[in-house]
Ligand binder design. Structure first.
Ligand SMILES: Cc1cc2nc3c(=O)[nH]c(=O)nc-3n(C[C@H](O)[C@H](O)[C@H](O)COP(=O)(O)OP(=O)(O)OC[C@H]3O[C@@H](n4cnc5c(N)ncnc54)[C@H](O)[C@@H]3O)c2cc1C
Length: 351
């Protein structure tokens, strides 16, 4: 593709499709979005937690030093463009379950490369909670993904460029290097289908390892006036409404089920009661499937032989932070031919 690209169809308006659409439109492309509005899509259910630290081994998440310095400015830019509020910074208190955890977190906190990311918590920060120690994880927050998605939908819908419908792959035809769908012509089509990619005939050769997960919306009293994220194995995330929190999540390997099960809600609630020592009341329970891939490296790029067909997928459990880096990267790749990062480029699977 090159600078003559002026019309692009995006299939799927989750986090990947919505942020890519904004990037392309900002560069002067006529973007059309098609989405079936599946209510249990990964993005519509996700908590949107922005967390730079992987608890296992207390290490930085992949690309942390690239992603986090620019993350909040990235979404603030789109907040202004879309006249909506969806990015929130919250303090993040990681509670230590035992002396081993305290030792591990303290050791990492003293590591110079972690100094900006971890801070020692004072006893007053957690003395109402039944834990002996805790660490603040810095630069954390929450992307309110449903609000971002609605704002992008509204933006393109008002210009006649957003269609709520199922995309049928067999109706996409190629003619003289132009892709045609329902009598409209496009220079390129980008598939941002999340787990819907399993139905995509052009990208069956990409391996997915779907992971189900539950999120509860709950009422918890007396957690303090200053909103903060609390984590001990599972997290408790403020929603912005008094005493209302998101609770999650868990990982159901190889599960494509979107049906919430009572036993999962009960386990999450019991753990939240143990962490907070407060009554936890369930308000709603959702289950979705993360588009997870092996080795946790997303899939970006153009089909090897079907030129003009692109994929943007495999965001796994980290879509909220990864999109801020990958969407501009893919836009520049489609429009200017700039290479995408080697670790995410689907060309890595070419024979
Ligand atoms: C329980 C849970 C908790 C999570 N928590 C977090 C978190 O705290 N932080 C974080 O960063 N990430 C989190 N994630 C992961 C995050 O949700 C994903 O990384 C991200 O949302 C994936 O976005 P996507 O656009 O690739 O896919 P999706 O969100 O699945 O979007 C794909 C879109 O395409 C549409 N679609 C698919 N096929 C078709 C078709 N044929 N026709 C029309 N439309 C179609 C779907 O309806 C959907 O709207 C969580 C995920 C789950 C399930």
């Amino acid at each position: 593709m090159n600078s003559k690209t002026n019309s692009i169809l995006i299939v799927g308006s989750g986090l990947a499709g919505s942020t890519l659409a904004m990037e392309l439109a900002q560069r002067g492309v006529h973007v059309v979005l098609i989405d079936n509005q599946f209510p249990q899509s990964s993005s519509r259910v996700a908590a949107g937690l922005l967390n730079p630290i992987v608890p296992k081994g207390v290490r930085k998440t992949w690309q942390c030093d690239t992603l986090f310095p620019a993350l909040y400015d990235y979404y603030t830019h789109w907040e202004k463009a879309l006249d909506a509020k969806f990015i929130h910074r919250y303090p993040f208190l990681n509670l230590h379950a035992n002396a081993n955890e305290t030792h591990e977190w303290n050791k990492q906190r003293e590591n110079a490369s972690m100094a900006d990311w971890l801070s020692k918590a004072a006893p007053d920060d957690f003395n109402q909670l039944p834990f002996e120690d805790a660490t603040w994880v810095n630069h954390c927050g929450r992307l309110d993904v449903p609000t971002l998605l609605s704002a992008v939908q509204h933006h393109f819908f008002s210009q006649g460029q957003y269609f709520t419908e199922q995309f049928h792959h067999n109706e996409l035809k190629k003619s003289n290097a132009i892709w045609c769908y329902k009598e409209k012509e496009y220079d390129a089509v980008v598939f941002c289908e999340g787990i819907g990619v399993l139905e995509n005939p052009w990208f069956q050769w990409l391996f997915f390892d779907p992971t189900g997960g539950d999120i509860l919306t709950v009422h918890i009293p007396n957690l303090g006036a200053t909103p903060r994220i609390i984590k001990q194995k599972q997290w408790i995330v403020p929603t912005g409404e008094p005493d209302i929190y998101l609770l999650g999540s868990n990982f159901h390997k190889n599960s494509l089920s979107h049906v919430p099960e009572t036993s999962d809600a009960e386990a999450l609630i019991l753990r939240a009661q143990q962490i907070t020592q407060q009554p936890v009341t369930l308000l709603s329970h959702q289950r979705a499937v993360r588009p997870t891939v092996q080795q946790r490296r997303p899939y970006l790029g153009e089909h090897q032989s079907e030129k003009g067909l692109f994929v943007y997928n495999g965001l796994g459990a980290k879509g909220s932070s990864l999109c801020s880096w990958l969407s501009p990267m893919l836009a520049e790749h489609i429009l200017a031919g700039n290479p995408v990062n080697d670790e995410v480029d689907i060309a890595r699977f070419n024979g």
